[in-house]
Design a protein around this ligand. Sequence first.
Ligand code: ZN
Length: 684
Amino acid sequence: MKIIRTILIMSIAIAIASPLRGTAEKKGKSQFKFLTEQFADAKILRYQVPGFETLTLQQKKLVYYLSQAALCGRDITYDQNFKSNLLIRKTLEAIYQDFKGDRKSDDFKKFTVYLKRVWFCNGIHHHYSTDKFLPEFTQAYFATLVKETKKELLPLSPGQSVEKFIAELSPVMFDPAIAPKRVSLDPGSDMVLKSASNFYEGLTQAEAEKFYNGMKQDAKKNKLDTLIAHGLNSKLVKENGKIFEKPYKVGGLYSPALTQVVSWLEKALTVAETPEQHVVIEKLIAYYRSGSLTTWDEYNIAWVKDLNSLVDFVNGFIEVYGDPMAMKGTWESVVNFKDVEATRRTEILSKNAQFFEDHSPVAPAFKKKTVKGVTAKVITVAQLGGENDPTTPIGINLPNANWIRKEYGSKSVTMDNITYAYDQAALGNGFLEEFAFSKAEIDRSTKNGHLAGNLTTDLHECLGHGSGQLNEGVNADALKNYHSTIEEARADLFALYYIMDPVMVKFGLVPDDETGKAEYDSYIRNGLMTQLVRIHPGKTIEEAHMRDRSLIAHWVFEKGKEKNIIEMVKKDGKSYFRINDYEGLRNQFGELLKIIQRITSEGDYNAAKTLVETYAVQVDGELHKEVLERYGKLNIAPYSGFINPQYTLVKKGETITDVTISYPEDFAKQMMFYSKKYSFLPVR
Ligand code: ZN
């Protein structure tokens, strides 16, 4: 699971006397440019990698090899998101590279923005809403651009004329009715057919469900491995009336890219830090070669056990947000190393995991009797890849397999250099001032917001996702299309409940209850109001994390009306939400956590559906309009993506003597470089 940034700014001030701020201060070399450019609804940031220089040569080589592996899978993500993505991207890049006309003309600027959006979203659908976005230039202009481009640069199929090529591409790009949505979660429709993502071909949702139910039953009957995440690493197709899987593996689907990934992993194997890490990399290579999900589980278990390596990484088909059936993993990678000093905070949480589990408001039957191996660390991200690049989560908790989490534990990370970059880039952009009700609220957020945000992420990742247990016989995917929203809400509620607990002060994690209050302020503000800046007028809320936040905020707002726990206040014609009773609000979070844990433990699909459809999806049109107007005046792009650092080998003869790091500033240049160097897949 990943936690993503949905609150636009947690804090605006960085000079806070938090015990961890010291590390970040060192990162804040004053001249570093965090924000490089803004287009459409996106801005491009850079992140620093403090501490890279102090790694040993062996560790630097490891980071380098794993970074290369992270980049080699880039095209897989594009293809999984939508089958025409690579074809379109390569065409746009050919035009971009070859165009001899006026690059400053309005039309070409619009063309460039479209291409940047495709890079930003790993395809032609919005990375967040999953709606297809349309070019702002005309079809006629596109046709002219294609015709002006050298033919040998275009990805024509054999014998295809340029005219036919244009006719093939144009509707896919310009017709809003074709592949309008990457992930459709509308329960009233065939979600497989309605989703443009490239995980199923030629079959219906019912056929896919039947196929996997049959597979699970077969596994049981034949005493095969019943724990594996069926379907995680394959495309399901129907060809000539037969339904079968095409596994992603060396020799299977995506073989050219996976072969490259494996070759870099083999190099990484030679510089593994610990015997445990050696096993991890070995298992991953074996998995990419065989496509065996049993090996994938073995890899995950080995990965959970590898606690002593400073450098760590994620690489694989992992998160299932891109599949309406929540089965198929989208390819991703993150390379990182531990921020030892900042990890102190999460170690306190991990050490006390059992305490938190025992004292949560959840019904005893749904609690884990023993919470195993909840480890957590603060990491410094060194490279993003696949689904995590350019838009990245700010925390990850893996593996996703519930049985592994229960038996072996999981690893949770928060990405401090990423959140730091967010906060630096947001300094003084006016957002908090516009939407916070009072000066006191602004001051509280300014003083406590960064710590509140980081601590919430830690609680969510280290404890929230790992808490609770399913009843015997309940399937992990029983909540189907509501699974992700309910799961994220569960983790959020766990964090919200505990951040205001006096035990936080006792453990030395916060100085007083102002941190919790700052988090409550921003959570309610965001869930009821400010996250709407990400929704287009007339649309509903779709993305799981946004639904989760909307669900929680609306539920407590509704249920607390009688006691006036949260009040909607009008001031100078503007709407605000003010919390009148923080303790009361905390109790409500506990109450909802209890409900949501029951739904999860029992796999109660209907209750999940009612909760989500009642509180999480709909948008108050009038408030939405107001929020968009207020936000529009601030001129802030709501989404952020990152430029990766660049690593370069220093060699003496054939011997690597050092790895250096530099920080490119040009997003388009990096994307073109990646496309040139790391494209291994056919476009059709
Ligand atoms: Zn989460």
